[in-house]
Write a protein that binds this ligand. Structure first.
Ligand SMILES: [Zn+2]
Ligand SMILES: [Zn+2]
Length: 349
């Protein structure tokens, strides 16, 4: 019987130790290589996820963008944490026509009625003017159970004049007459944050002035570290008095400073030619820029350069809307990134 170095018997058959060791080394390296690839893939996934989070925190679908006349396109903006389908409507001037437009443009892949019932988890109403609430009223019979959020003054007006069991059925769970309890009416406390039911978001309301003493509301929507600010109708502090906008700018300045505020939705209803005594609690391009200068004075210089500002509530006629756009572009000393929203077209922040 001949014994070779590094050779042995296994189950009666000869084998080579060198081959065995080479095999083990090969398997070990293969395993280590595979392990590195797996770790690499997991690391890339984590990076990508966090990058997506960094580049976009909110998605907004405008259901209505105008400030008057066209009842199929009045103020309403759906906001959700990016990637979720859990929206809250900021104002509800137009709902159905906006959802139809969003479906047409393939922003939503489900029928409008399904988007209404399943995607919209609640409504934040800035004030009770019909151009901000008529879509909510008229769609309420087809709607699903959800929450309506508003500050006391706005909630009272909606309960007294709309959901009062006379001009319209009371779809709420409080107020006048028979309660149908489809909507929970949640009265917001100014400057206090509250969770938006059915979503991962929170909202803080700030009181605005909209022809003193009539009130409107700004909603600061937060998702994790990121926030988005939406203002209902309001006039400049210099005209309205009371310093409501200054108080709001002071509240959000730290969020701009730390880059946590992702954008501001604010109205510009009239062109500059509108005299101050006929502003009716609204802004012009010049007044918007003046208010933005106040905000800029509260943050580090250049913090607002390239900052997204969405222009809402332009009032017809079309000639005026064109003038508003031209005047804003012609005088933008802070270098704001001006965004002119379109009905049904998704925006990311
Ligand atoms: Zn108004
Ligand atoms: Zn309005």
């Amino acid at each position: 019987m001949i014994f070779y170095k590094n050779t042995g018997y296994c189950f009666g058959k000869p084998f080579d130790y060198e081959q065995l060791i080479n095999g083990i080394i090969y398997l070990t390296f293969s395993f280590m290589f595979l392990q590195r690839i797996c770790v690499g893939i997991i690391f890339c996934l984590i990076q990508t996820t966090s990058m997506v989070g960094q580049t976009s925190s909110f998605e907004v679908v405008p259901l209505g963008v105008k400030g008057g006349n066209d009842e199929s396109n009045l103020s309403s903006y759906l906001v959700a944490a990016t990637g979720s389908k859990q929206y809250v409507a900021l104002d509800a001037g137009t709902i159905q026509a906006g959802l139809d437009k969003a479906v047409q443009q393939k922003t939503f892949a489900v029928p409008a009625i399904q988007a209404l019932r399943k995607y919209i988890k609640g409504y934040c109403i800035s004030h009770a003017h019909l151009d901000h609430v008529s879509g909510l009223i008229i769609n309420s019979p087809a709607d699903s159970n959800k929450t309506v959020y508003a500050i006391q003054s706005c909630m009272s007006l909606m309960q007294q004049h709309y959901f009062n069991d006379k001009t319209w059925a009371n779809f709420g769970d409080q107020g006048i007459g028979n309660f149908l309890k489809k909507y929970h009416f949640e009265t917001l406390v100014p400057n206090q944050e509250i969770a938006l039911q059915g979503t991962s978001m929170f909202v803080t309301p700030f009181v605005l002035s909209h022809v003193h003493p009539y009130e409107s509301t700004a909603f600061l929507v937060r998702n994790g570290d990121a926030s988005l600010l939406y203002l209902g109708d309001t006039g400049p502090d210099a005209v309205e008095q009371g310093g409501r906008l200054l108080a709001l700018w002071r509240a959000v300045a730290p969020l701009i400073q730390t880059q946590k505020l992702k954008g501001i939705f604010i109205e510009v209803s009239f062109p500059n030619e509108q005299p101050d005594k006929f502003l009716f609690g609204h802004l012009t391009p010049r007044w918007l820029m003046q208010e933005m200068q106040v905000l800029a004075s509260l943050v580090e210089e250049k913090s607002l350069k390239g900052f997204p500002v969405v222009i809402t509530h332009q009032k017809p006629p079309v000639a005026n809307e064109k003038k508003i756009v031209a005047q804003l572009k012609a005088y933008n000393p802070l270098g704001l990134r001006l965004i002119f929203p379109q009905q049904g077209k998704r925006l990311e922040f």
